[in-house]
Design a protein around this ligand. Structure first.
Ligand code: SAM
Length: 233
């Protein structure tokens, strides 16, 4: 287990359970900027934000899959990417925050894991369509746009026969979020992605599921929204 967070702000979208106590500022990102500077600032505010453990839904949904090429969208400090690499996946991990990415690289070095790190937002990233057998987006902070750019890019990245896994917090308290300066409705949810799945896709999981994270800023989130879909062709 990696060292504990000593201090620091946690975004409302906290996933793997960092131990920082303080609630934080708006979830970064606007329609015209991918929020990289704000995410950098958030990560720079503490030595470690997330727990260093892979997300439970990722482990549960992916452990039985045959490893291939994986894309981790918004990889944060890299725990999921490192876990995937350890399972034999050929991992590309995408992240807007340079600060987070540097931490993720160190995590991978410590774990002797090989990961291709890409410093870019999803919309700006040079991704090849249909290149990944697994596309995982765990608690991603992807802005909704009128043309559903982020959702379409997630779908497009999956190879025929591949799996798309999108996870987010359920029951986000809108009033509390507004008080912290952001609106959860501005961000892509698993249901936004599910709404775009056509006949080329088979949905295996689309549910609200209990979540057990004992410590950290995300511990107050008790349920996840989980979408797992397979691209048939
Ligand atoms: C709530 S954190 C989740 C991090 C990680 N997936 C996890 O579960 O620990 C959201 C992450 O998405 C990154 N992010 C925000 N907007 C992004 C974008 N447009 N493209 C890629 N990553 C983005 C943030 O920097 C942050 O690290």
């Amino acid at each position: 287990m990696r060292k504990r967070t000593t201090r620091g702000p946690l975004p409302p979208g906290n996933s793997t359970g960092g131990t920082g106590a303080r609630q934080r500022d708006p979830l970064p990102g606007t329609a015209t900027n991918n929020g990289a500077a704000e995410w950098d600032e958030m990560y720079a505010g503490s030595e470690q934000v997330w727990s260093g453990q892979p997300n439970a839904v990722l482990v549960a949904e992916v452990a039985q899959l045959r490893p291939g090429r994986a894309l981790d969208v918004g990889c944060g400090e890299g725990a999921d990417a490192v876990w995937l690499a350890g399972q034999g996946w050929d991992v590309t991990a995408l992240e807007v925050s340079q600060v987070a990415l540097k931490r993720a690289e160190r995590h991978a070095q410590d774990a002797r894991a090989e990961v291709q790190w890409v410093h870019a937002g999803l919309v700006e990233a040079p991704l090849q369509a249909g290149a990944f057998d697994l596309v995982s987006a765990q608690y991603p902070a992807l802005l909704r746009t009128p043309r559903n750019d982020a959702e379409r890019l997630l779908l497009a990245a999956v190879a025929p026969g591949g799996v798309l896994l999108v996870v987010h917090h359920a029951d986000v308290d809108v009033e509390q979020s507004n008080a912290h300066g952001f609106d959860p409705a501005d961000y892509v949810s698993p249901s936004d992605v599910a709404a775009l799945l056509g006949e080329d896709w088979q949905v295996h999981v689309n549910e609200r599921r209990p979540r057990h994270v004992a410590t950290g800023g995300g511990a107050h989130h008790t349920h996840d929204l989980v979408l797992r879909a397979e691209r048939l062709r």
